[in-house]
Design a protein around this ligand. Structure first.
Ligand SMILES: NC(=O)C1=CN([C@@H]2O[C@H](COP(=O)(O)OP(=O)(O)OC[C@H]3O[C@@H](n4cnc5c(N)ncnc54)[C@H](OP(=O)(O)O)[C@@H]3O)[C@@H](O)[C@H]2O)C=CC1
Ligand SMILES: CC(C)(CO)C(=O)C(=O)O
Length: 309
């Protein structure tokens, strides 16, 4: 078996809670890492900078519309869902045929969108889990860095043939940078599991404005469970089996989260930013309609959280 290439350069697009946290890890491991941004955002990042857990994040800001650079080995996409298309346009000049993409975005669809814009072979499937990263202005803080789970898309790898070189190379890079990562051969199931987590956890916490500690208790907990039951139903109709054990695994993760930690969606609501409700409740409602499954709790979330825009 040939050895996976060693990845040396990373472009992070989306210098928010997750993007800045991972950029700090990569820079500390002496990997070449840049933050990709344009216009006023690039200017702000250059002049105001960012801090991660109080330490200045001293890495270059690259604006592809004015600054040239050879294609990067890895593009780490860490914007919110509504910003995905724009961020891909921005990063396009930094992408070559050997560039690999990892998207930490929540939801079922970002990898497909990236694959359609570039090439499906260049995109790994990924979920980001169990972190409590938050950003306020130019300050990013976390106590729990969580972990990434990565693997190949079934659309690009033949089952039983083992992981791709791209997956191996990304796992090696993350390991070098001290970013906890596990490789999975059934990422489709893992993505659906994460979707269940976000549809329940993020939306219930955002609608009731509760931290992880209060999300573990009534009444937020019952709302979370009702939202998740609808995910289990639409997942089954899509051929994905989410079991009671799968659901329990999220409760176990939730128990371990800091009591005062906040989901990314609660952070958006509290900061007055648009939420990612379209990729959570919006997607469940759409799948429910397609399969003739009632999704009243997610329909309510769609109305409630959309009204906060
Ligand atoms: N935070 C968390 O704990 C977790 C988040 N996730 C998921 O990860 C994704 C990222 O979340 P999070 O880090 O919280 O998001 P943030 O909102 O903190 O960060 C997004 C960043 O993207 C930047 N951005 C927006 N548009 C562009 C663009 N066109 N070009 C370059 N940069 C851009 C924003 O800049 P600006 O501020 O200037 O607008 C912001 O810095 C989401 O899908 C989220 O659901 C998953 C697991 C946990
Ligand atoms: C799983 C969770 C809740 C943090 O680990 C998340 O994905 C988010 O906050 O968006």
């Amino acid at each position: 078996m040939s050895e996976a290439p060693r990845l040396e350069s990373v472009a992070v697009v989306g210098a928010g809670a997750l993007g800045a946290m991972y950029a700090a890890h990569l820079a500390a491991a002496e990997v070449e890492v840049v933050l990709v941004a344009a216009g006023e955002r690039a200017e702000r990042l250059r002049t105001q900078g960012l801090t991660v857990n109080g330490a200045p994040l001293d890495i270059p800001v690259l604006d592809p519309s004015t600054d040239g650079h050879a294609p990067f080995d890895l593009v780490l996409v860490a914007v919110k869902a509504a910003q995905l298309e724009d961020s891909l346009d921005l990063v396009a000049p930094l992408v070559g045929p050997d560039t690999t993409f990892v998207s930490v975005l929540n939801g079922l669809d970002s990898e497909r969108v990236i694959g359609e814009r570039f090439s499906p072979e260049q995109v790994l499937l990924c979920i980001a889990l169990a972190m409590d990263a938050e950003r306020e202005g130019s300050a990013v803080r976390y106590t729990a860095p969580g972990r990434l789970e990565i693997g190949d898309s079934p659309a690009t790898v033949t089952p039983g043939e083992g992981g791709s070189e791209r997956t191996e190379a990304v796992a090696e890079l993350l390991d070098r940078a001290g970013i906890a990562c596990t490789v999975h051969d059934d990422m489709t199931h893992r993505m659906w599991w994460k979707f269940l987590v976000n549809v329940g956890g993020n939306q219930a916490s955002a609608a009731t404005r509760t931290t992880y500690g209060r999300l573990r208790q009534e009444p937020a907990r019952s709302l979370m469970v009702a939202l998740q039951d609808e995910v289990v139903a639409v997942a089954a109709a899509e051929g994905v089996r989410l079991t009671a054990t799968d659901v329990q695994r999220w409760y176990d993760v939730l128990e371990g989260q800091p009591a005062d930690g906040r989901t990314s969606m609660l952070q958006d609501v509290l900061a007055g930013r648009p939420t990612e409700v379209d990729i959570f409740a919006g997607r469940v409602v759409e799948l429910g309609r397609r399969h003739g499954i009632a999704t009243p709790y997610n329909q309510s979330m769609l109305w409630v959280l959309s009204a906060l825009r």
